[in-house]
Every structure is written in C-alpha cells, then in structure tokens.
Design a binder for this molecule. Structure first.
Ligand SMILES: [Mg+2]
Length: 312
C-alpha cells in the first residue's frame, strides 16, 4: 500500500482490530425513518437502502476503484462476488469508480439490463471524470474540443493526417484519427486493422519506433499547448490535455462540501492495477490526496478490501 506524507496516520477506523469499534451510528435506525432526515437515503435499483453520504459509519472517507483488472477482468463484466462486496462496502463508506472508457462500456461491465451502473456507486467517473455522476445525478462535463478549440483542433488533425500520409508502412487501413469526448486517438495503421494486422504493426513498430517518432514530432509542433501523449495498446496513442488523467475526478470530490448534502472527503482510498510509472493509474495512485492500493486483479481487490475493512 502506498501512503503519502499527509496520511501517515491511518484514520481511526483502520485500527478496528486494536481499538473497540465505535457503535454503528445509524444501523439501528429503520430505513423508513430516513424520510424524516434532512439527508435522504438512496434506494438502489435492487431496492437496497443506502444511508446518505454523511451518514455512513466510516466518515469523511471514500473508496475509489479503477475498473479494468481492478473490479472486472479487462473489458469483461464484474463477478457477482465483487458486486455483492461493493454493496456491503457502500453501507459503511462512500464508494466510486474512475475509468478511462465511457459510460456505455462501464454500464456493460458493472451494470446489467435491469441495473443502472449509477445506482451501484455514489460517484461514477467515466472518462477519468470528464463525465461524472453523483448519487445518479450527472455533474458538469468537460470535453477535449471544448478545451482545445476548433482552430487548434484542426491544426492537430491536419498535422496527424499529413504526417501519416508520408509514412511508408507495410499496410495501412482506415480511421487514423478517432475523435473522442476527452481525447483523440491516433493510429498510423488505422483503427480498422484486423487482429493479424494489429499484431504485425505492433512488431513493426517495436523495431521502427513509428509511434515514438510521431509523438516526438507532435510534441515539437504543439509545444504551445499543454498536451500529454500516451502510447498504449498495440496500434495507437492517445492525445489529451495534461492533467486529464484519473486525478481529474478528484476535483468533483473536492467540490462536494459546497453541496447542501455534501461531504468533506478527508480520506480517499484508491485501488488500481496499473500503478507503475507509465500506467494509467499511476498519477492518482501516487497523488498526495489519495491513499493508493496496488492490486493484481479483481480477486486481489477483494482480498485487500477485506483486509482494510475486516467487518465486511
Ligand atoms: Mg486497470
């Protein structure tokens, strides 16, 4: 577990084994009394009653999760076991996820035909939090095009297409620049390549450094813009504003105390699998505002959660 300097002392709830646990504050309150509370409880799609954020037994704390390889196998649905554990966890503490892909993908992986993913987490942060939901309600969104502006975007798209047009690759396919809400994805071979073609390009790229050289050229050309270039997967790289990694979502949590039913999150746990430098969890994992937990896979997440919250 990574600990940063501001969290050297674990909050009292982490010491439940050595100190008597504080009495559950609201467990004895029947759910129907919550309608009298100024902080309404939330009913999930499955009908479970969840205490209001400020009424969770573990105060001022949120547990955030990466999605792929942390809550679910990569691009696959979550297991019933981890979903049930999250549901028990949510009775005690605020929970949220932050994933790079969009809401539709996370609905597929974490929700189901009958269950909206926004009913399962207090905070949902698709696209690293550029899109955000709090207790099922959408928050302000941000977009790449809104940030960069049409003129700079045209400069960027034209430069990429011109650069790619002058490459001499063994094969080229289609969709060289894919426009997404929070980034663009650039592929010298094109995203329409088949699996075999992807594989062949990946080997060719390892030898000829096609993507590395193109990123270098883009860095030079667009040094006036604060852009981050991230080579990932086999055939492409992402371009997005610097700072729009997973730490982006933390600003939504920092704004929470300004809401009428808001909570000051003093302890933010983060669980992720790609926590090494260069991985897409590295920035939030090592951020001074979080306590980072590095996991190998969803089974490891379950084991580490049970160790951190023995009452689960
Ligand atoms: Mg991951």
């Amino acid at each position: 577990m990574h600990r940063n300097s501001t969290h050297l002392h674990a909050p009292p709830h982490l010491h439940t084994s050595s100190t008597p646990p504080s009495p559950p504050l609201h467990n004895s309150t029947p759910p129907y009394h919550s309608s009298l509370s100024p902080r309404p409880a939330t009913m999930t799609a499955a009908g479970a009653i969840i205490p209001a954020l400020a009424d969770r037994p573990i105060k001022n704390t949120i547990v955030l999760f990466d999605v792929d390889e942390t809550l679910t196998p990569s691009r696959r649905p979550a297991s019933p076991e981890i979903l049930m554990l999250l549901s028990r966890l949510r009775q005690r503490v605020a929970i949220g996820y932050v994933g790079g892909s969009d809401m539709a993908k996370q609905q597929e992986q974490l929700g189901s035909a009958d269950v909206n993913v926004t009913s399962l987490f207090d905070f949902c942060f698709p696209e690293n939090g550029l899109t955000a939901y709090r207790l099922g309600v959408p928050l302000a969104t941000q977009s790449f095009i809104g940030w960069i502006g049409e003129e700079n975007y045209k400069r960027l798209a034209k430069f990429c297409l011109r650069y790619i047009s002058e490459l001499d690759l063994p094969v080229m396919r289609g969709t060289f620049v894919e426009f997404r809400n929070g980034m663009i994805n650039v592929s010298p071979i094109g995203r329409n390549a088949s699996n075999d073609e992807r594989h062949a390009f990946s080997e060719y790229d390892a030898e000829h450094k096609v993507r590395e050289k193109m990123v270098e050229a883009l860095r030079k050309e667009f040094s006036d813009l604060s852009l981050t270039f991230s080579i990932g997967g086999a055939i492409s790289f992402d371009v997005f504003p610097t700072g729009w990694d997973k730490t982006y979502c933390l600003q939504h949590l920092e704004a929470d105390p300004q809401r009428p039913d808001g909570v000051k999150f003093e302890t933010i746990h983060f669980f992720g699998d790609k926590t090494m430098k260069g991985g897409n969890d590295f920035e939030i994992y090592s951020d001074p505002r979080t306590i980072g937990h590095s996991v190998k896979n969803p089974e490891d997440t379950i084991a580490q959660l049970k160790a951190l919250f023995p009452e689960l």
